[in-house]
Design a protein around this ligand. Sequence first.
Ligand SMILES: [Zn+2]
Length: 106
Amino acid sequence: MGYKTITKNLYCKNCQKNVKATAEEKDINHILHLILSVLTVGIWLIVWIFISLGINKQDNEFNCVECGNKVLTKGQKVKNIILLIFALAFIGILIFLALKMGVIGL
Ligand SMILES: [Zn+2]
């Protein structure tokens, strides 16, 4: 899988100023997502679309070019909350389907 470097102007706590920060951006592993989508009868498509839309681009680890410190972007907190909601919904759907199909009984 390939990487590309992206640069942003972000505030570095260590340098106490706005600095250039770089991050490696991962290519989306579409084959993995395809496999997951098939395995989950299409439910994973939601996550795949979500990732493809580029929301994960906020999640790159940016490092200050001057001191090398990790610099956080604003999008990271929001993204974590959205991912948590997705994960919970996903687990809920799986349990619901398992109950429907009689895989697990109450
Ligand atoms: Zn710095």
